[in-house]
Design a binder for this molecule. Structure first.
Ligand code: FMN
Length: 184
């Protein structure tokens, strides 16, 4: 039997991103027999239905690659800041490209969202903003436990390690629940 594969998406492109640190940490907490890969999407253009025509191979190469990589996933981890109380535009744009068609690589798959912020609310509004998106896409969001790393600047050390042991325990539990929700 093939290993489960978890694909990670990070909503922040910033060097030194706390969310990127959190996503990397999540990858290290997965069992050895689970494959993990972080997929970038910073080369994807703004969605335009005129160039989303797979029948005539007009999808941009970056989108084709992105969808191909997502298709290999048994489940997803999305780790993101919130921008203006919601999902960062670049991440939402990538999800929009991946969402189209009967062959959408997102459909029916489990997804766990986590977030880190320098503020007090730990991305709670970004996570809430994803719920209707997952519902519309027939995805399977793994909601418990919630992973909200508030005041991240005080919780990651200079090497990018999360020093909050309680938070690490909650992340492990979330990953266990995500793996349990995987069909393949
Ligand atoms: C455009 C923009 C909008 C933001 N909006 C929010 C917000 O609504 N709520 C919040 O708590 N922080 C907000 N922030 C602050 C980010 O949460 C904070 O910068 C966070 O550390 C970014 O994540 P990163 O470290 O992974 O890049 C915003 C930052 C930017 C750049």
């Amino acid at each position: 039997m093939e290993n489960k594969k978890i694909v990670g998406l990070c909503g922040s492109l910033r060097k030194g991103s706390y969310n990127a640190m959190l996503l990397k940490l999540a990858g290290t907490l997965l069992p050895q027999d689970v494959d993990f890969e972080i997929i970038s999407f910073d080369d994807i253009p703004v969605y335009n239905a005129d160039i989303d025509i797979p029948e005539v191979a007009e999808r941009p190469e970056s989108v084709v690659r992105f969808r191909y990589e997502l298709a290999k996933a048994s489940a997803f981890i999305i780790v993101s800041p919130e921008y203006n109380y919601s999902i960062p535009g670049g991440l939402k744009n990538a999800i929009d490209w991946a969402s189209r068609g009967k062959d959408s690589p997102l459909m029916h798959k489990p997804v766990a969202v986590m977030g880190a912020t320098q503020g007090m609310w730990g991305t709670v509004r970004m996570q809430a903003a994803f719920l209707p998106v997952f519902t519309f896409l027939n995805m399977n969001p793994v909601l418990q436990p919630e992973v909200l790393v508030a005041q991240a600047q005080n919780k990651f050390d200079e090497k990018g390690n999360l020093t909050d042991e309680a938070a690490v325990g909650i992340i492990k539990k979330k990953l266990e629940n995500l793996l349990s929700a995987c069909k393949v």
